[in-house]
Ligand binder design. Structure first.
Ligand code: DQA
Length: 139
């Protein structure tokens, strides 16, 4: 199985960004652990701070992967374009958020992605990515 993790804006700063909310581990270090744990699965990772690049990557993924794990970060709450891309592609997309967005500011309670996601995993820290991979493997 081939899965792509897509991370949106500011998630390149994981490890140093608001560690009380997002933890102290960089995504690169965590991703290495995921690759080791799920070595039977072909895992890829893409991060961009640019909305259009995230849309391009979602569109390309349709031909290349069996599924996408998407943390669109702040664009979750603003981007109709990313929401439309999730709807447009035929492979399943699991939406993840590291923090519990519903226990935070009200502007984080809206998602333009959820309605077209296969499922949503929110608030368990970095293990949300692990749980999302398991959701594909155990289906
Ligand atoms: C986030 C939650 C978003 O509200 C925020 O803008 C992020 C990260 C999360 O993973 O908890 O950048 O998607």
């Amino acid at each position: 199985m081939k899965l792509l993790i897509i991370n949106g804006p500011n998630l390149n700063l994981l490890g140093t960004r608001e560690p009380d909310t997002y933890g102290k581990e960089s995504f690169e270090d965590y991703f290495s652990k995921l690759q080791f744990k799920f070595r039977e699965t072909e895992l890829s990772y893409y991060q961009s701070n640019i909305e259009g690049e995230l849309i391009d990557r979602l569109q390309q993924a349709d031909k290349e992967f069996d599924g996408v794990i998407l943390n669109a970060a702040a664009y979750t709450h603003t981007s109709i374009g990313i929401g439309d891309a999730v709807k447009a592609i035929s492979i399943p997309v699991v939406e993840v958020h590291i923090s519990n967005t519903f226990s935070r500011e009200s502007f984080r309670h809206t998602s333009y992605i959820s309605a077209n996601a296969k499922g949503i995993i929110i608030g368990f820290g970095l293990p949300v990515y692990d749980l999302a991979i398991q959701s594909f493997i155990n289906k």
